[in-house]
Design a protein around this ligand. Structure first.
Ligand SMILES: C[S@@+](CC[C@H](N)C(=O)[O-])C[C@H]1O[C@@H](n2cnc3c(N)ncnc32)[C@H](O)[C@@H]1O
Length: 314
């Protein structure tokens, strides 16, 4: 018999830590910029009963169907839109809000996306090479690997995958184009590795790099953080979970800059930048998942949570 209450397909990472960080209250306004299956969003709405409201954004129409269903009990307290978090200010305006009390970004790919074979995110399933989070762009993994110059491809695989065989992999890709499936790409990476031992599947880093490039993930993070800070009310919190050292580096660097009054070079005796701090970092060291959470959800292993609080800029 089919389970009438199947487990949700994506376990939200650092769930309690996010709810503690945002401390949602009734009447509060919240944004989940990476709604996914709505796990964090549902917690925020529960904690802000009876009157907190949430705007949920995701690029992925498949995730939005699941989130819509899961969040339907909250009725008119939820606003769900398909779109990028880089456009969150426009969505906030569209629903008639001005400033909000909390924002969460849980970056990267969801288990639903990884496990849906046809999405082409996983080297474990043979499928067309796609890897797009949403359907609003035509550039997918196949078009990228089949059109980029070998040196650009090698740079992407090195920069976003920290893959030591990036040049060899890029060369093999270019020699074997066109490449249209996940298995074709994974087999080329395996060939580049030859007999070299790897603790993880050899294609892990290359697939991660191509996915980051397809979805322009780093550029999106750089764009959204200043916008999110601007949208917060004084005392409002921005909580960001990253899964990759490059993501965390961007979050850390912007949080550090925005929590300082002067960002002139240290050797400059007089400030000329006139930069004014807009946030306070709640935790200088990122919060990581407990060993208990990691054993229940291995995806939590690389999660890092940074939290910032908007200052009163009066
Ligand atoms: C790790 S999952 C979020 C899971 C969610 N917190 C939950 O509890 O189910 C990340 C989600 O962010 C979405 N995403 C990635 N980049 C995005 C962007 N620029 N704008 C909006 N959503 C994005 C992905 O499609 C994916 O559904």
């Amino acid at each position: 018999m089919e389970d009438p209450h199947p487990p949700p397909p994506h376990k939200p990472v650092l769930y309690h830590e996010i709810i503690n960080a945002l401390a949602p209250f009734s009447g509060g306004l919240y944004i989940d910029g990476t709604l996914g299956a709505g796990g964090h969003a549902s917690g925020i709405l529960h904690a802000s009963t009876p009157d907190g409201k949430l705007l949920g954004l995701d690029l992925d129409p498949q995730a939005l169907v699941i989130a819509n269903q899961r969040l339907s009990p909250f009725k008119d307290r939820v606003f769900i839109r398909q779109g990028s978090y880089v456009d969150m200010a426009s969505f906030v305006k569209e629903i008639g809000w001005f400033f909000v009390d909390g924002i969460i970004l849980d970056l990267g790919v969801s288990s639903i996306q990884l496990d849906t074979k046809e999405r082409g995110f996983s080297f474990l399933h043979d499928a067309p090479l796609d890897m797009r989070f949403g359907d609003q762009t035509n550039i997918n993994a196949a078009s990228l690997v089949n059109s980029l110059a070998e040196s650009d491809l090698a740079n992407i695989i090195w920069k976003y995958g920290e893959e030591k065989f990036s040049r060899k992999i890029a060369r093999l890709i270019c020699q074997n184009r066109p490449i249209s499936t996940t298995f074709e790409l994974a087999n080329l990476v395996k060939k580049a590795y030859g007999n070299q031992h790897s603790q993880i599947h050899p294609a892990t880093r290359t697939f991660q790099a191509i996915r980051i490039a397809v979805n322009q993930e780093m550029q999106a993070i750089e764009t959204v953080i200043p916008q999110a800070i601007h949208l917060l009310k004084p005392g409002g919190k921005l909580a960001i979970i990253s899964f990759h050292s490059l993501e965390d580096r961007i979050v850390k660097s912007i949080f550090r800059t925005e929590s300082k009054d002067c960002i002139c070079p240290a050797e400059q005796p007089i400030c000329t930048c006139k930069h004014i701090k807009s946030i306070k970092e709640i935790n200088r060291k990122p919060i990581e998942a407990s060993s208990e959470e990691i054993s229940n959800n291995p995806r939590a292993r690389s999660a890092k949570l940074r939290i910032a609080e908007k200052l009163n800029l009066a």
